[in-house]
Each structure stands twice: as structure tokens, then as C-alpha cells.
Design a protein around this ligand. Structure first.
Ligand code: BEZ
Length: 406
């Protein structure tokens, strides 16, 4: 089969779905191809909960979170659904080197510059107000109310419905192998032999991005994958006030001490809290090396933390799950065209990496605007640029390599 569309979106996770929705809402003929099914569990959009988190070291990320929050709210009112469940976020612990979540205290500066309210707590106040015990005396906490648990399944289903109501054509079990890009647009060739011609393509393939960039352009993003594991812990009924939280501390016995937890929410596992370490023992740079089954150590260190420091929970992990996560060395996200040295680079929009579910409506809208050449929005995507150092791994054929070297 050969067909032709305005915009082809590849990837049926939340970023691809939001991109397809915004592009179709602007009137484009959009097809979304996904190697599994829209709302796939094989990528970074798996499972029930994500954080809409606004405390960042970098003000650009906090600003993007708030912009994205406004779009979430807009979708909520348009679709008559609730996607963000506000519980606030408690970051507590001690200062550390830069972690995948930034640092404990630097976001204070960001919050001050954005005129956002927050509350500072000492160890005694943390233990009095929240269900933690035996914390070191030097621990401090910051509570910020503008943070929410994202209902992942409802967000995905809403995005699928919005796509459908705006005429997006879904192709499931459709694996993209290669794209050819020239002055007339993009030719995409799929594993089943089908070919789709489009004016523009949006690659929202998360951890699978290199599988297409490499054969198509001989470039590879410098991605490191984590199979992030988490478990649900049963509430014993003695405590009601479980916050959404992150604990910062230095690594212990070689293992990360960056733990996080979600409150009980009825759309995940009623009667349980999801708790995990923001780390993975198994990291890999080829998605084919994924284990799927959670490694025991990733679950064990969390179980010990729960036993030693959290009250109101059974310390037996139940319902262990995982989601694959793609990291850049700078922990950032990527949303850009192909590198500028490629001819017709603006035909290809790439969005990959980072903890981006919270940014999904914003990133989807930006991907769509870039593909639709809607420059009037003047999105500032410099923090997300593909040209930043260390973003590209292998020597690109058509790119000035010196630009990517330190
Ligand atoms: C985040 O929102 O950035 C995040 C939440 C939980 C675990 C890791 C990252």
C-alpha cells in the first residue's frame, strides 16, 4: 500500500497522541503509526501514574511544566475529564550532587523567581505532618502545592478520543523501518512493505528513536535507557495524608537514595501507594537489551527504605511494574527538527527522552506547530535542542562533527 498524508506521526505513546491531536485540530490530514497499539505499554507511557511536577532547578523546565499544566486544564474542560489530581509535592532530604531530579534546594530560587508559594520544613515538621520516621536530623523539606498526580490511562484515552474526533487515522502494528527525506517531503517505509508519503513527519518514538534515525540518517541520539521499576505498598489504614514526594540523599552502599512516592489514587491501585527508586540497576543503550522483568535489587532497596522510614504501610511490595525511560547525559528532553546540516531538516520533527509525560500537551502542540510551520507561536525550544553537546552519539554523515565535540 502507498498513501499520502499531510503529517505522519510515528509513536502511539502520549507525545505522539498529543502531536496527532493538535496537528489534526489545525486541519491537517494526520496518520499515526504505532508498532504496537496506540497507548502502548512498551514505551515510556506505561502504567497508571506520573508526576506533574513543577519544582525544577532550571526555570525553563518549571515554566514548561506550568504551560503544559494550562493545556492539561484546557483538555480537561473540553473533554469533561479529570487528568491532574492535585496533591502538592514534598521534596525532602539533604543536599546532594546533581541528580536526575536536580537538587533539593536549588528549585527554591526557581520558585522565588516565578513568585510561587512553598513551605519549608525541618525534620521534626516533616515527621509530624507526613508519614515518615527515623529521618536524619539535618533533613529539610520543601512543600509546593502546585503539583499533581497525572491519571495516565485517562490522559491516554482522552488523547485517543480527541484524535479520533479530529479524524486522525490510526495504524497499529505498523513498524517504521526507514525514512527518506527530500524537497518534496518524507517517504516512510514500514516493515510490512507499506509506504507513506507525507509533507512532514513527527518522530515521537521515545526509546525507539534510534532504530529509525540510524538507518535513515546515520545518526544516533546519545540515549541511555533505564527500565524503571516500582511497586505498590498496601496502606494499613492508619494514615490518610500521603503526599507525592521525593527524598534526596547521597548514594548509600553504591545504590541511589533518590526515592519517590505517590499518594493513594483511585485510578491506580486503591488501597496502595506506589513507591520506587529513581534509578535503575540495568541500564542499556540498545533497546533490544531490555529485561522487562524488574531486577530484584531495584525492588529490595525500596523495600528497605519503606521499612525504615515510612509509616502506615505494609513493607511487602505488591504489584511490581516497570516503564522504560530514555535519558540524555544532561537529563533533559529533546524536541527539535533534524540537525540543521541535513537538507530539508525541517521536514522531520523529533521528540524523545526525559520525563516528559507532564509536558505532553505542550510538546504535542509544539511538535504539531513545527510540522505545520506555525511560526507565529515562537516556541522557545532552545533548552530542548538537538544541537546541544552530547545529544548526538555517532559521527553524523552530513553534520559538522566538531559542533558536537567538547
Ligand atoms: C518526574 O516527574 O520527573 C519523575 C517522577 C517520578 C520518577 C522520576 C521522575
Amino acid at each position: 500500500m502507498t498513501k499520502s498524508v499531510d503529517i505522519l506521526v510515528v509513536g502511539g505513546g502520549i507525545i505522539g497522541l498529543m502531536s496527532a491531536f493538535y496537528a489534526a485540530r489545525s486541519g491537517a490530514r494526520v496518520t499515526l503509526a504505532e508498532q504496537h497499539f496506540p497507548g502502548t505499554q512498551e514505551g515510556s507511557s506505561a502504567e497508571h501514574v506520573r508526576m506533574w511536577r513543577t519544582m525544577y532547578n532550571e526555570i525553563e523546565f518549571s515554566e514548561m511544566a506550568f504551560q503544559s499544566g494550562s493545556l492539561y486544564t484546557e483538555i480537561e474542560s473540553q473533554a469533561g475529564v479529570k487528568l491532574l489530581h492535585y496533591h502538592g509535592l514534598l521534596n525532602f532530604g539533604s543536599e546532594t550532587d546533581y541528580t536526575p531530579e536536580g537538587t533539593l534546594l536549588d528549585p527554591i530560587q526557581t520558585l522565588n523567581s516565578m513568585n510561587k508559594t512553598y513551605k519549608l520544613l525541618d525534620k521534626k515538621e516533616i515527621e509530624k505532618q507526613y508519614p515518615f520516621k527515623n529521618l536524619p536530623d539535618h533533613y529539610v523539606g520543601i512543600f509546593q502545592p502546585d503539583n499533581a498526580v497525572i491519571d495516565v490511562k485517562t490522559t491516554i484515552n482522552t488523547a485517543i478520543n480527541l484524535c479520533k474526533s479530529h479524524g486522525v487515522n490510526f495504524l497499529s502494528r505498523k513498524k517504521l523501518l526507514k525514512i527518506d527525506n527530500n524537497f518534496s517531503g518524507v517517504k516512510s517505509t514500514f516493515e510490512d512493505g507499506d509506504v507513506i508519503h507525507s509533507r512532514k513527519i513527527i518522530l515521537a518514538m521515545g526509546p525507539y528513536t534510534n532504530e529509525v534515525l540510524k538507518p535513515s540518517f546515520d545518526i544516533e541520539l546519545n540515549l541511555l535507557f533505564w527500565d524503571m521499576c516500582f511497586s505498590y505498598y498496601r496502606l494499613d489504614g492508619s494514615i490518610e495524608n500521603y503526599p507525592m514526594w521525593f527524598q534526596f540523599d547521597k548514594p548509600h552502599n553504591g545504590y541511589s537514595s533518590l526515592f519517590y512516592g505517590f499518594p493513594e489514587v483511585e485510578f491506580a491501585r486503591p488501597g496502595f501507594c506506589r513507591i520506587a527508586v529513581d534509578w535503575a540497576s540495568h541500564t542499556f543503550s540498545d533497546i533490544a537489551q531490555r529485561y522487562y522483568a524488574p531486577p530484584r535489587i531495584d525492588i529490595e532497596i525500596v523495600r528497605n527504605f519503606v521499612k525504615d522510614h515510612i509509616i502506615g504501610l505494609d513493607s511487602a511490595p505488591v504489584d511490581v511494574g516497570r516503564a522504560v525511560m530514555a535519558h540524555f547525559p544532561d537529563n533533559g528532553c529533546l524536541l527539535d527538527f533534524l540537525p540543521k546540516n541535513f537538507p530539508h531538516y525541517q521536514n522531520v520533527v523529533v521528540c524523545a527522552a526525559g520525563w516528559a509525560f507532564k509536558f505532553a500537551p505542550l510538546f504535542g502542540k509544539i511538535c504539531a506547530d513545527l510540522a505545520l510551520e506555525k511560526n507565529e507561536f515562537k516556541h522557545n525550544i532552545s533548552t530542548l535542542s538537538i544541537d546541544r553537546p552530547q545529544r548526538i552519539l555517532s559521527k553524523p554523515r552530513l553534520i559538522d562533527i566538531a559542533k558536537f565535540m567538547h
